[in-house]
Ligand binder design. Structure first.
Ligand SMILES: [Zn+2]
Length: 390
């Protein structure tokens, strides 16, 4: 078994929604530069993706939508299917650029399915809002759902998807809402307070799949300890019961307190702890198989590069100590391009992520979310929602 797979090629920077759009590919470029400067990628062969073909895109999307995406740059702004909006503007070669993102996550999935690696990471992936017949939330094609669908046809029939982006993982949930082979778990800011307005704890899956959609909506301004307390109170128990063969995680970092698109209050230290927790869960409950993709994250300079460097380091078992200073080469690159940028000094925000486990009767606002989700989901998995040992 070789070392984990890292998918990256600068051609992935072509997924560029243009202008002042917040989904700016510079965040990926700065992440790879930072990881490289820190030695995280030393000796790692970066896997170069190719674009996914229609056969794969049609696993999740309908033909009319593919045609609309292909035609959009020629047609103008009024093309329907959620395209040409402020969120999802039409951009040159958008079909090819998005198909490449899908191909990059598929390549990571293929490496795991072929048994070449147990873990793979693709920070360019994570377009979790894209729907069957329309673009949504900066996402054109849903690489996460397409890769999961492909894995279901290549040796896997129990896949757990865990989404830690600040927004609800609605597109992936929708793709498998009635499929008991896929467990989708989403931790996000409460839909009352944040787009897309879904992800209530009562959304549990349909028919035979009841219990296979898990939603943990958290109050705005939740900090690392509260977030981790909620995660710990729900996710490990459900994974233990579900017994996945593979863990797929969408690792959006727009939950950071400096992110301009949302109102959660996590830190880079919280993100780092999330990644090591996901790694532990993959080892314990998913035969060590872990496919990690990126996602949202709009603090392009101060947050995304550090958090996703920690993600890649965690996947590679090359954990970067939080106090590690930012390397001078990276700092001068950023200062050259953005002289006014206020850069952090180290790979930490200096936050303590220690948390109290649920069941201690503490009066924490996230406990309402924990209780609601456990009561909605746990009985469907033979677990006691009110017993902290479950
Ligand atoms: Zn997001």
């Amino acid at each position: 078994m070789s070392s984990p797979a890292v998918v990256w090629d600068p051609s992935l920077l072509k997924y560029d929604l243009g202008g002042q759009h917040p989904f700016n590919p510079v965040r990926l470029d700065l992440t790879v530069r930072l990881a490289t400067e820190l030695g995280v990628l030393d000796g790692v062969d970066l896997l170069v993706p190719t674009a996914a073909g229609d056969e794969e895109l049609l696993r999740v999307h309908v033909p009319e939508y593919l045609a609309a995406v292909r035609e959009a740059p020629n047609v103008g702004w009024d093309v329907g299917h959620g395209l040409g909006t402020d969120d999802n503007p039409v951009f040159p070669d958008m079909h090819d650029a998005t198909a490449l993102v899908v191909g990059s996550t598929l390549l990571a999935a293929r490496k795991i399915a072929d048994g070449e690696v147990r873990r793979a990471v693709n920070i360019a992936g994570g377009l979790h809002h894209a729907m069957r017949d329309h673009a949504s939330g900066f996402c054109i094609y849903n690489d996460c759902a397409i890769a999961i669908s492909w894995l279901l046809d290549h040796g896997f029939d129990r896949i757990a998807y865990v989404d830690t982006d600040v927004h609800h993982g609605d597109g992936v949930q929708a793709a498998f809402y009635d499929d008991p082979r896929v467990l989708t778990v989403s931790m996000h800011q409460h839909p009352f307070t944040l787009w897309p307005g879904t992800g209530y704890s009562a959304e549990i899956g349909k028919g035979k799949a009841a219990g296979s959609a898990v939603n943990i909506p958290l109050p705005p301004h939740t900090r690392d300890p509260g977030w981790l307390r909620a995660f710990d109170a729900v996710v490990p128990a459900v994974l233990q019961e579900f017994q996945p063969q593979l863990l797929v995680t969408q690792c959006g970092v727009d939950s950071h307190e400096e992110d301009p698109m949302a109102d959660m209050s996590l830190s880079v230290d919280g993100h780092r702890t999330i990644y090591s927790t996901l790694r532990d869960l993959a080892e314990r409950y998913a035969n060590g198989r872990w496919l990690a993709v990126g996602g949202g994250g709009y603090q392009l300079i101060r947050v995304v590069p550090r958090s996703w460097t920690h993600l890649m380091a965690t996947v590679l078992d090359r954990d970067v100590p939080p106090e590690t200073p930012l390397p001078p080469g990276w700092v001068s690159t950023v200062q050259g391009a953005a002289p006014a940028a206020d850069l952090p000094a180290a790979m930490t925000d200096g936050k303590d992520t220690a948390f109290k486990r649920w069941g201690d009767d503490a009066d924490d606002p996230v406990d309402i979310a924990i209780r609601d989700t456990r009561r909605a989901i746990f009985p469907l998995h033979g677990l006691d929602p009110d017993d902290p040992r479950d």
